[in-house]
Design a binder for this molecule. Structure first.
Ligand code: GRF
Length: 212
């Protein structure tokens, strides 16, 4: 599966995906909106083409969207993996890759779409938090979920300590979900997720304690 990974920052999820050496996954390019993203360096270190579509260099948002679309269109990947890509993607691009674009979001979706998820979960007095791999649809953080990793919030938790534990889960479940896609066992049809031909009514859930 020829894939593009899109990053804006440190790219630790990209690294976890690279390290997992997933069967039938060929990362043909890493694309970033941010020339400073360390994820680009990780790509170069792994011998992968690194492409920057610098958000700051466009006068208009729509010019950035067009340039990003064109950059991806040159590659025509089978799969787009969003790994900490911090811009909301234009509907055209998302629709073009319907069922072939996934994201990892640091909350137990549908709870806490958007930013600052760890602090919001703590402030709300939640017992559980975590991370979700999901298909991408035009609505932000709202596409059908594939797999989640659940973490118990401890009384002593800060946003940072919670984020650290959630990240451990991200590095597990993202490669796992990608492998389910590359093997062909996972599909999205008419907004419904199928795993081995069976409708996946709710995401698979992995718990932190199972990992300890
Ligand atoms: C991750 O926490 C992911 O959930 C969110 O952005 C972060 C990316 O981190 N979408 P990294 O760039 O992979 O280190």
């Amino acid at each position: 599966m020829r894939s593009v990974v899109m990053v804006s920052g440190s790219g630790t999820n990209l690294q976890a995906i690279l390290d997992a050496q997933i069967a039938d996954l060929e990362i043909v390019a890493v694309v970033s909106d941010n020339p400073e993203a360390y994820g680009l360096q990780r790509a170069i270190d792994a011998g992968i083409t690194a492409i920057t579509v610098d958000y700051q260099s466009f006068a208009k948002r729509s010019d950035f969207d067009d340039a990003l679309y064109a950059a991806i269109e040159q590659i025509k990947p089978d799969l787009i993996v969003l790994a900490g890509f911090m811009r909301i993607l234009a509907g055209d691009l998302v629709n073009r890759y319907d069922g072939r674009m996934i994201n990892i979001h640091p909350s137990l979706l549908p709870a806490y779409p958007g930013l600052n998820t760890h602090q919001r979960a703590i402030d709300a007095g939640e017992q559980w938090h975590g991370t979700t791999v999901h298909f991408v649809i035009p609505k932000l953080d709202a596409g059908p979920s594939i797999v989640q990793y659940q973490v118990a919030i401890r009384p002593s938790d800060t946003a940072e300590s919670l984020a650290d534990r959630v990240r451990i889960g991200e590095y597990l479940i993202y490669p796992q979900a990608i492998a389910m896609l590359t093997s062909g066992q996972l599909k999205l049809e008419n907004n419904v997720v199928y795993n081995n031909g069976q409708e996946l009514a709710a995401p698979e859930v992995l718990h932190e304690q199972e990992n300890n």
